[in-house]
Design a protein around this ligand. Structure first.
Ligand code: FES
Length: 181
């Protein structure tokens, strides 16, 4: 991963009045998880998970709320959330395209598939289109090496892909074929 310098000290953080860490989530964590751990920070992963499930991703505000709740610093929470691929600290699009980048797909030119997505959507890997419709990511082996290269559009696996084939998958999704939830 490359380190990107951001003007964090002066960055404006979007805030909304309604918390992401709702009372209902707090109650559930307090009842189901906190008793299992020696200290509160032990419940960090399930708390991140619960908030993400509710909000779809983990905005900065949510991370600071979680830090408060578990008696941690925001940076500790952000470090953990950014370490695990399953947590989204950037807003996720309505549709998520995940191109496999592991060895079998790499050998079968997964790059041409990723490039077709980048070009068609005008975004880089890890980004979301301005209209919030698509997020492009690359992930590890999807267990379908025999039909490489493969990609997921939301929860649907597409095999033996070509640039033209993935473009069609994107077109179909844009028409509202398959929504992610
Ligand atoms: S390497 Fe892509 S599915 Fe296994």
């Amino acid at each position: 991963m490359a380190w990107i310098t951001k003007p964090s000290g002066t960055m404006k953080i979007e805030k909304r009045s309604q918390p992401y860490l709702t009372q209902a989530i707090k109650d559930r964590i307090t009842k189901d998880y906190l008793p299992r751990y020696e200290n509160k920070r032990g419940a960090l992963l399930p708390t991140l998970h619960a908030v993400q499930e509710d909000a779809g991703w983990l905005p900065h505000q949510a991370l600071t709320e979680i830090a408060d709740f578990l008696g941690m610093t925001p940076s500790e929470v952000i470090d953990t959330a950014s370490f695990y691929e399953e947590y989204w600290i950037k807003k996720k699009g309505e549709n998520v395209i995940a191109v496999c980048r592991s060895i079998a797909c790499e050998v079968c030119d997964h790059k041409t598939v990723t490039d077709a997505c980048r070009k068609k959507l005008g975004i880089e890997v890890g980004e979301t289109t301005d209209d919030g419709k698509f997020t492009l990511i690359e992930i590890e082996c999807l267990g379908s090496c025999g039909s490489a290269p493969v990609a997921l559009m939301n929860h649907t696996l597409h095999e033996n892909l070509t640039p033209a084939a993935i473009e069609k998958v994107i077109d179909d999704a844009a028409k509202g074929g398959h929504k992610h939830h």
